[in-house]
Write a protein that binds this ligand. Structure first.
Ligand code: S3P
Length: 164
């Protein structure tokens, strides 16, 4: 059975958490956030987890969450930027890709927001990662939403035409 969860995917800074939370409120669904759940489990920030346990460990935690999300119903899920590499994304539900250029995303992330994201510390590496991932986001998305210069309310209105 196809689950009716809604999963937001996309690169760092595209607003997955903001959108997932807002849509969850509007549709009266459960809000889940993969980064927040991993941070809560270990009582550590993403940075600390990357530093102490490494990226591979973090990706394993994302996979465990994906295995849990496929059992859920009626949720809006904010995923981390690399969550698209879990092996069962399509089984979770409808994937919405929040798409924007790298430069646009970079402008949206202030110093504090960059400091929370180990894979954005080095801008050159972040841009390379972005270029490697854009096709994956596009291929895995059920719906692509171009977010540049649109307000959250506008985006939610667009989305509501697609989901209930
Ligand atoms: C990552 C994105 C982050 C977080 C971690 C790794 C990535 O989430 O999961 O730092 O690989 O793109 P956001 O996309 O919410 O910043």
């Amino acid at each position: 059975m196809m689950r009716d969860n809604i999963v937001f995917i996309g690169f760092m800074g595209c607003g997955k958490s903001t959108m997932a939370r807002k849509l969850a409120i509007e549709l009266d669904r459960i809000f889940l956030d993969s980064d927040l759940l991993i941070e809560a489990k270990f009582n550590q920030s993403i940075n600390e987890i990357f530093e102490n346990k490494g990226e591979y460990f973090f990706r394993e935690q994302e996979q465990k969450l994906a295995d849990f999300f496929i059992l859920c119903q009626n949720t809006c899920i904010a995923s981390g930027g690399g969550f698209i590499n879990v092996k069962n994304l399509e089984k979770i539900g409808l994937s919405i890709y929040l798409r924007a250029d790298f430069e646009y995303l970079k402008k949206r992330l202030n110093k504090d927001e960059i400091a929370k994201r180990p894979l954005f510390f080095d801008e050159i590496k972040a841009k390379k990662l972005y270029n490697e991932r854009i096709k994956i986001y596009e291929n895995k998305a059920d719906v692509i939403l171009d977010i540049e210069n649109k307000s959250i309310d506008e985006l939610i209105r667009e989305l509501k035409k697609v989901v209930k």
